[in-house]
Write a protein that binds this ligand. Structure first.
Ligand code: PHE
Length: 454
């Protein structure tokens, strides 16, 4: 299997376009919805510290590996891995790594879309002014009214899936690129404003910051470490080929290292800002830090209900969150679409209908796990919990481990050195050491520790 010089799907129009699109893929519900609630569930500071370490020592090197594999292969993850392995004289089994990525993206999107649907519902709720002067209890009951209604969740999930597939159908430049240009700066601005509001709570702001940044390792379990590592993959969109497939549309001269660092910093900042906006409110209103997946929907409306212009800014916040989720959703399904188009010879549009419908149907499990199917549990988890655990805590880290092995051990040093084209030789050596030893060892150790726990 040979590799083409360019992707058949086209290319990003510039380095900036790639940075925006990849940041769009990275920044999403993971940063604003998931990071705060899993931080709350896992005791705060120590969890955040492990997460930050994972971003630096595992996330950035794996992101560089994914982009380089994608750009060198210039095809969907399955074919890129296949042809690069063949070029290095290695087994074609590596294509199954691409496959597991396609599968992870599909599984994640099925529940991601349901949560994004909840955010969509909140755009309307917030703009309508129902949160004006709301109490903590009031906010809680408004959220539970939404999730206890399967029809409503289903309707929003359907709307979100249709939106996503329409953008994906329009292709790399027409769809993906345009949707992220204004989104990121606007989201950042509103988050800063929310942190400003949280700061006005005085002692609670201090308490929130302490919760987030003062590590107390007695609160962090082995499972918590796995969750932190899994989340580093999830939040950066790694371990499943999304960034790889975006890399395949990247112009040849762009510095992979620089863009990876830029994307990771932006993504981490958004998550930390979200945490800083939310936890002071949790303490000020005597809410539980471990409230679970409803955390942002139960806390932020309190802020919007009491700040000047809260109805407007709150509505805007949820709108931007929907957009952020949208640009991530697009990347979750892109590996599957690229594969269908390249290998099954279907049109991009048709590929979107097939993949979109399958994802939507699987999403029904998550819709029901908030209400009628709350008691359908396996290993003590709801269907939604299970999908989330399987993908974020197992499939993504495992995918990341194999990607690290591929880039560090299967590809020749010359190949990765050429593709990364890092000017300072020392930085290349550091990357290679991280990807060959540190990243795989860290992932394996965390896995062994978890298995040892059972
Ligand atoms: N990184 C996205 C987020 O934080 C989710 C995602 C995961 C997107 C994996 C693509 C691939 O919301």
């Amino acid at each position: 299997m040979s590799r083409p010089a360019k992707s058949i799907h086209g290319q990003w129009s510039s380095r900036w376009a790639f940075i925006l699109a990849a940041t769009g893929a990275a920044v999403g519900l993971g940063n604003i919805w998931k990071f705060p609630y899993i931080t709350g569930e896992n005791g705060g500071g120590a969890f955040v510290l492990v997460y930050l370490l994972c971003i630096a020592a595992i996330g950035i090197p794996v992101m560089m590996a994914e982009i380089l594999i994608g750009r060198r292969g210039r095809q969907n993850p399955v074919n890129s891995l296949h042809s690069l392995a063949a070029e290095e004289g290695k087994n074609s089994f590596w294509k199954y790594l691409g496959w597991s990525g396609v599968l992870s993206g599909f599984l994640i999107l099925s529940y991601y879309s349901v949560i994004a649907g909840q955010a969509m519902a909140y755009v309307f709720r917030t703009f309508s002014g129902v949160f004006e002067g709301v109490t903590a209890d009031g906010a809680k009951s408004i959220y539970s009214a939404l999730i206890n209604d399967p029809e409503r969740l289903l309707a929003w999930h359907t709307v979100f899936m249709v939106f996503t597939m329409v953008v994906v159908a329009r292709g790399v430049k027409g769809g993906l690129e345009k949707s992220v240009r204004f989104l990121m700066p606007a989201l950042f601005a509103i988050l800063l404003m929310l942190v400003g509001y949280a700061a006005s709570t005085g002692e609670y702001f201090a308490q929130g910051l302490e919760f987030l940044f003062k590590p107390d390792f007695s609160k962090l379990s082995g499972e918590g470490v796995l969750t932190a590592m899994g989340h580093a993959f999830f939040t950066l969109s790694l371990g499943m080929g999304a960034i790889m497939v975006y890399g395949s549309y990247l112009p040849q001269k762009t510095s992979i290292m620089k863009v990876s660092i830029a994307i990771s910093i932006a993504d981490t900042l958004v998550a930390l800002l979200a945490g800083m906006a939310i936890f002071p409110l949790v303490f000020a209103n005597e809410l539980a830090t471990g409230a679970g997946p409803g955390l942002i929907f139960e806390t932020l409306p309190i802020a919007f209900g009491h700040m000047v212009g809260g109805t407007f800014f709150g509505g805007m916040f949820f709108l931007l969150l929907v957009f952020a989720a949208w640009s991530s959703a697009i990347s979750l399904i892109e590996p599957a679409i690229a594969w269908l188009v390249e290998n099954k010879d279907v049109s991009r549009r048709r590929a979107c209908v097939i993949a979109g419908f399958a994802t939507w149907a699987l999403g029904l499990l998550t819709v029901l796990s908030f209400n009628v199917g709350k008691s359908w549990t396996l290993f003590g988890q709801t269907m939604f919990g299970l999908l989330d655990y399987l993908t974020a805590n197992i499939m993504l880290p495992l995918g990341g481990l194999l990607i690290a092995i591929f880039a560090g051990w299967i590809m020749k040093q010359q190949s990765t050195e050429d593709e990364l084209a890092i000017e300072q030789p020392r930085l290349y050596i550091i990357w290679r050491a991280l990807i060959r030893y540190v990243t795989p060892a860290a992932i394996v150790i965390v896995f062994i520790k978890i298995i040892g726990l059972f």
